[in-house]
Write a protein that binds this ligand. Structure first.
Ligand code: ZN
Length: 292
């Protein structure tokens, strides 16, 4: 197990471990003789105290893992330093983080391909306990937005901050299907100004809204506007429904004399005792009688 821990950081030593439910809990200590003060850069070997720091790491043997680190607090011996004490820090985890950096990378990798809700379900199954809100925050922090000059083909649409109250506009890259930017408005002027900030836009796919049509035109008349498939199909089916509803009555009466049975009264199947008194049978035979 010590070798596994050394893969995380050679400055850690394995102490012991226990299995709790679906998680392996590993206790570790730092083996560094000296610790560098993050405020002044001076090394110190003078220990102030020790506290337990708990964080999640990548799974081990198919089990979620939690590391319990005996984290040292050190005295800074540099008399000119702004701090008298400091906590030992490690390159594999950010200060105060509850997950190692490599686990956060794994979470981001999984979450980029599915919704945060699905990502949370996938990750909770043997990788890490992480909620959808944490995933959303992580994606917002860790995914750098593309340079505006490199944005060429996008789709824009509105979304609700609060349904029927406040709306914003989302921009998605057509090739990568990734969100590029968000605008806290869907007003023509705001959207036009926002779109103008992307100088190399060539194609914008949009819904049928007049507002976005005008905003794109205001931003740059040379941008090619395309109706997206979803809204085209929705518009087409809605229009087809309206036309069909105007041509065809809601209820269509079928004349009592109508029958799709032609020919003579049946004598085999219809004459069986099990169906003799069946209403459709009697009606059918009555119709045949009338036609004679
Ligand atoms: Zn210092």
């Amino acid at each position: 197990m010590d070798e596994f821990i050394k893969l995380l950081d050679s400055g850690l030593d394995y102490v012991n471990h226990e299995i709790i439910g679906d998680t392996i809990v590993i206790h570790v200590v730092s083996n560094r003789a000296e610790v560098i003060c993050p405020y002044c850069g001076c090394a110190s070997s003078k220990k102030h105290s020790v506290y337990e720091r708990s964080f999640q790491d990548l799974p081990v043997m198919g089990m979620k893992s939690r590391i319990i680190l005996s984290n040292r607090k050190m005295f800074c011996t540099n008399p000119t330093c702004s701090h008298t004490t400091f906590a030992e820090t490690f390159p594999f985890i950010r200060p105060k983080a509850k997950k190692s950096s490599r686990l956060l990378d794994r979470i981001v990798d999984v979450s980029l391909n599915v919704s945060s809700l699905n990502a949370s379900d996938i990750l909770k199954n043997g990788i890490a306990d992480v909620g959808k809100s944490t995933i959303c925050n992580l994606l917002k922090k860790d995914i750098p937005l593309p340079e505006k000059e490199k944005v060429i083909k996008v789709c824009i649409d509105d979304f609700a901050f609060k349904k029927r109250h406040t709306y914003g506009t989302i921009m998605v890259d057509i090739d990568s299907h990734r969100i590029i930017d968000l605008l806290p408005s869907r007003e023509i002027g705001d959207a036009a100004e926002w779109l103008s900030a992307f100088p190399n836009l060539e194609i914008v796919s949009r819904d049928g809204s007049v507002s976005y049509h005008s905003a794109i035109k205001q931003a740059d008349r040379n941008i090619i506007q395309i109706s997206d498939r979803f809204h085209l199909l929705k518009g087409l089916t809605d229009a087809a429904k309206t036309v069909i509803a105007s041509l065809v009555a809601a209820n269509i009466g079928i004349p009592a004399s109508a029958s799709h049975y032609e020919g003579t009264e049946t004598t085999d199947y219809w004459e069986k005792d099990s169906v003799r008194e069946d209403f459709p049978t009697r009606e059918h035979n009555a119709n045949c009688e009338k036609k004679r």
